[in-house]
Design a protein around this ligand. Structure first.
Ligand SMILES: [Mn+2]
Length: 466
């Protein structure tokens, strides 16, 4: 049957392998199609097509307006006003404050999907970032078929913590493979809130629309915070305990009913949020798997694997046998690291407690990132508590970071936040940022060459505090 539509995006334009993305409207029934043969057309043309072939290019100046009208009607039905509820009063209060911003970002995404614009999603490579990508992917798998065929979405796992000029150059290369009516869209999940992203931000300025979902503290001089769709719980009365995975899920919930609860909970666990449901075994397992898969793609997907998509992660999560295999393997790696850690740690005695000091570089195995220091510190603490009657505190330094984990029973007297405040008082100029909660926290120094010295000072502060 002959169909009519607007060519909104062309992949590989001016080439024999051009793909035409066509948006059709028939009054409140937006539909996208892909054509790959027939006569050639350009972005903005209205065409007649049949069986994936473009048959003719038409004059129809009113068509683009009709598409806009259909899109508005579609969005009206898609976006409700009721904020998604996680089920925790603090979390839900922040969600309700950022809901309108999330919905506006959702409308932007729906527009890009409808016009098949190139969309690049970059997510941080840990349980939180990948949990956010999985939640968003669940929602898109629901949304995209409602409009038509799959669009032009590229998923990229981000290994660094900033959006660099190199990342921006890479994204522009991808976008340049398309001729699109709608500006390309860049979605960032769980990283980038640092002045080191400024060069990348400037490079894509005006060339991409950006939706930025992050929960890291907003530092002075960071230029991304003024972008239209920069959403961070810190701007809505929340803090980093409201994880980026949760935020991405909330964003996804503005246009979808997909069940993303597991990814929300796994992201809270993965980032040691104070809201983490520690008694949720399924989410614990998912969190550990996500941490492992994203830290060691080669182990999970074979050699030469450099990037991973949510679809690929889902193929592992939904395969019971593979899941168990990988979890067992991750546990072995974690156990080995804990053994090395027990051997290498320096132990300081305090009344009724031990303080363990450890250089994480001694513990890490080979090139991969697994285990991450946070998960390792928790595991090491559990091991110490399992072998000794006395309670323990672990102080771990890696690069510019110093992490602290204290046994819960010690946290009635000891508050890690007080320790961090004291570190800031003594080393004010050296501390870039620091935070956490009663039993766990971290500081980041401006200069990593000082982390050993400051870590030793932290041991002394802790000894004095208990
Ligand atoms: Mn995070």
């Amino acid at each position: 049957m002959m169909l009519r539509g607007l060519v909104s995006c062309v992949k590989n334009p001016d080439s024999a392998r051009a793909s035409y993305f066509i948006v059709s409207c028939n009054g409140a029934a937006l539909h996208t199609s892909v054509a790959e043969g027939g006569i050639s057309a350009g972005t903005g043309d209205v065409v007649e097509f049949d069986g994936g072939r473009i048959e003719s290019v038409e004059e129809d100046p009113g068509y683009a307006k009709a598409v806009e009208k259909d899109l508005a009607a579609f969005c009206k039905g898609l976006f409700g006003s009721k904020a998604h509820k996680y089920g925790n009063a603090d979390i839900d209060a922040v969600t309700s404050r950022l809901w309108v911003a999330a919905m506006n970002a959702g409308k932007l995404l729906a527009r890009k999907i409808a016009y098949c614009a190139p969309i690049i999603v970059r997510f941080h490579n840990d349980a939180d970032g990948s949990g956010g990508a999985l939640a968003l992917n669940c929602a898109l798998r629901e949304l995209v078929p409602r409009i038509g065929e799959a669009g032009n979405i590229v998923w990229m796992m981000q290994k660094g913590v900033s959006y660099s000029a190199y990342d921006a150059a890479n994204d522009m290369l991808i976008a340049n493979g398309y001729s699109s009516m709608e500006k390309p869209l860049l979605i960032i999940i769980d990283f980038g809130t640092t002045t080191q992203s400024n060069a990348g931000i400037r490079a894509v300025d005006g060339k991409f629309d950006v939706i930025w979902l992050d929960h890291h503290p907003i530092v002075d001089g960071f230029e991304g915070a003024v972008l239209g769709n920069y959403i961070n719980p810190w701007n809505y009365g929340g803090n980093s305990n409201y994880t980026a995975g949760l935020l991405a899920s909330v964003f996804a919930k503005t246009f979808s009913d997909a069940d993303t609860g597991l990814f929300e909970r796994a992201s809270l666990i993965g980032d040691y949020s104070e809201y983490a449901p520690m008694d949720d075994a399924k989410a614990q397992q998912a969190s550990m798997l996500l941490d492992f898969i994203t830290s060691d793609l080669q182990a999970a997907f074979g050699p030469s694997k450099q990037n991973v998509t949510p679809q690929e992660i889902m193929s592992v999560l939904s395969d019971r046998k593979r899941r168990k295999e990988l979890l067992d393997y991750a546990n072995i790696r974690l156990e080995e690291a804990v053994e090395r850690g027990m051997d290498a740690a320096r132990m300081y005695e305090a009344p009724g407690a031990f303080v363990y000091l450890l250089d994480f570089d001694v513990v890490k195995s080979g090139e991969t990132r697994y285990p991450l220091p946070g998960r390792f510190a928790s595991k090491l603490l559990a091991r110490i508590n399992g072998t000794d009657m006395r309670r323990a505190i672990v102080v771990l330094y890696v690069g510019a970071y110093i992490m602290m984990r204290a046994d819960k029973e010690l946290c009635t007297d000891l508050n890690i936040l007080d320790v961090i405040a004291e570190v800031k008082r003594r080393y004010g100029n050296d501390v870039e940022n620091g935070g956490g909660h009663r039993c766990a926290g971290a500081v980041k120094l401006a200069d990593k060459s000082r982390s050993r010295e400051v870590a030793i000072a932290i041991v002394r502060i802790i000894k004095n505090a208990i």
